[in-house]
Design a protein around this ligand. Structure first.
Ligand code: 5AD
Ligand code: SF4
Length: 471
């Protein structure tokens, strides 16, 4: 029932990879130095996971990873389309690569991911960025070897929008993970929900689940590799298994992963509130290896806005589920996505969102200003909100949430939490950073190394981070 790429297609790509590798190695021998790649990623965790596969394929083709685009022989920009801001950044960065290519004409530049899965953006790249060698939509990801090979041989630029077999699941792609102890594990791809603001169903195609055997095999390999923290990924993990199995869904998958041997933690994102069930919460409560963490995007506290967003739940049903989760999993970290300025959002609707934030009291909220996306229904709604009103609501929401986050975090002062250390903090190298089992950010003084679990006594709180000392 599910479409999976065939052994033959996989083999085919391996052969292309081998041909590219020969060319890359020959060039490296001439230069006396290896050829290098750089993958630049925008957007969500799914994109980060995809980029690790792009990197895996590039390594397989003989390139070695480098940090700076200036040193690269091939640059791939993996783009996001969820908001205009992300598209603008990717386009502007791609624009700057022109200067690198002027100095190094052999540089190959590719643009891929959600942004270029939209025809108008693919055309933008094709016509306005003549130094870009190729661009391809999300369904072409696993065909990177043949794309690079074609470009090397035919000298023709390539622009690929939707593959004929769009919707296929590609297994067995090489992967080069960024981190040794944390890993992404995709359980499904695409989305069928068509929230009226969202471009994702248009750029990532219909929902499709991987076979449970493939997921469990990958989980086992990660654990054997020393990964202790696995994040399961999907646009809506709660519809896992739909169209594939009769009686096997996300809770069953969680239970099966929980039953694997080894010391590890599993978390997941994203859960759509309309599909999150008590059974999911029960499974989380019963399975020791599942993190006490739930990301459950509310989007808006107004039922009429939720309806116009096509979200299929109400604030009431949402709150019931949250109450159940908190009862079954005391201390659970609860986070959300909130959007302000959706077309037609009145001051009253917005205040309902603020009230919802105060009632629900999230540990953390990812907040967004509504961004009009081409080809989505909400883009055509007439009652678009002026930018200044959106901005003002956004700031008010941040203020409210920041107070709540701070109060919740102050409740941790004096407590000791288990933290998975991520090494030096990116913003302040004099301290270490890490995350609690519930996924809360912690900055601390101590000696732990990246990848080690340690105990931290919390001494101070900020809206987005706990601060403490290793004990
Ligand atoms: N504008 C603003 N935010 C958006 N999101 C999705 N589409 C848009 C849009 N058009 C937000 C939603 C979603 C998160 C991943 O991004 O809150 O949950
Ligand atoms: Fe977009 Fe809604 Fe699908 Fe999430 S569930 S990816 S917000 S359409």
């Amino acid at each position: 029932m599910i479409n999976r790429i065939t052994e033959e297609q996989i083999q085919n790509q391996r052969e292309y990879a081998a041909k590219v590798r020969m060319a890359v190695n020959a060039e490296a021998a001439l230069r006396g130095a290896p050829l290098k790649f750089c993958v630049v990623t925008y957007g969500c965790q799914q994109n980060e996971a995809d980029s690790e596969r792009l990197a895996g394929m590039l390594s397989d083709m003989g390139y070695i990873k480098c940090v700076s685009e200036q040193d690269a022989d091939i640059i791939l920009v993996n783009t996001c389309a969820v908001r205009e801001h992300a598209e603008k950044r990717a386009l502007s960065v791609t624009g700057q690569y022109k200067h690198i290519k002027e100095k190094k004409p052999s540089l190959m530049i590719g643009v891929c991911g959600c942004m270029v899965s939209q025809e108008h953006r693919l055309d933008d790249i094709k016509f306005r960025y003549p130094y870009v060698d190729f661009a391809f939509g999300t369904s072409y990801l696993w065909r990177l070897p043949s794309i690079i090979y074609e470009r090397m041989k035919k000298k023709k630029r390539l622009f690929l929008l939707d593959a004929e077999d769009d919707g296929c699941i590609a297994e067995d792609i090489p992967v080069l993970r960024e981190c040794g102890y944390r890993a992404w594990l995709s359980v499904m791809y695409g989305c069928n929900n068509f929230c009226t603001y969202c471009v994702v169903p248009h750029v990532r195609g219909r929902e499709r689940s991987r076979y449970k055997e493939d997921i469990l095999k990958e989980a086992k390999e990660l654990i054997a590799d020393g990964v202790t923290d696995i994040t399961l990924l999907g646009q809506n993990v709660n519809s896992y298994g739909r169209g594939l199995y009769e009686d096997y869904g996300f809770p069953e998958l969680l239970a099966d992963i929980n039953a694997l041997d080894g010391d590890f933690t599993v978390r997941f994102m994203t859960s759509h509130p309309k599909d999150a069930t008590k059974k999911l919460i029960d499974t989380m409560a019963e399975c020791k290896k599942i993190a006490p963490q739930l990301h459950l995007p509310l989007q808006s506290g107004s039922d009429s806005i939720l309806k116009r967003m096509n979200r299929h739940y109400t604030l009431g049903s949402y709150k019931e589920l949250v109450a159940y989760a908190r009862e079954r999993i005391p201390g659970i970290t609860l986070t959300s996505d909130i959007m302000v300025g959706f077309p037609g959002e009145t001051e009253e609707d917005f205040e309902q969102t603020l009230t919802a934030l105060k009632d629900i009291r999230y540990d953390m909220v990812y907040s967004f200003i509504y961004s009009r996306r081409k080809n989505t229904p909400a883009a055509e709604y007439e009652d678009q909100i002026p930018e200044d009103v959106k901005g003002e609501r956004f700031r008010r929401m941040l203020d409210v949430q920041s107070d709540i986050g701070l109060k919740i975090n102050e409740g941790y002062i004096g407590k000791t939490v288990r933290v998975l250390c991520d090494g030096e903090s990116k913003t302040d190298v004099s301290v270490l950073s890490g995350r609690t089992d519930g996924g809360k950010n912690v900055c601390f003084n101590g000696k732990a190394k990246a990848g080690e679990y340690t105990k931290v006594k919390i001494t101070q709180a900020r809206p987005f981070v706990l601060i403490g000392e290793e004990i």
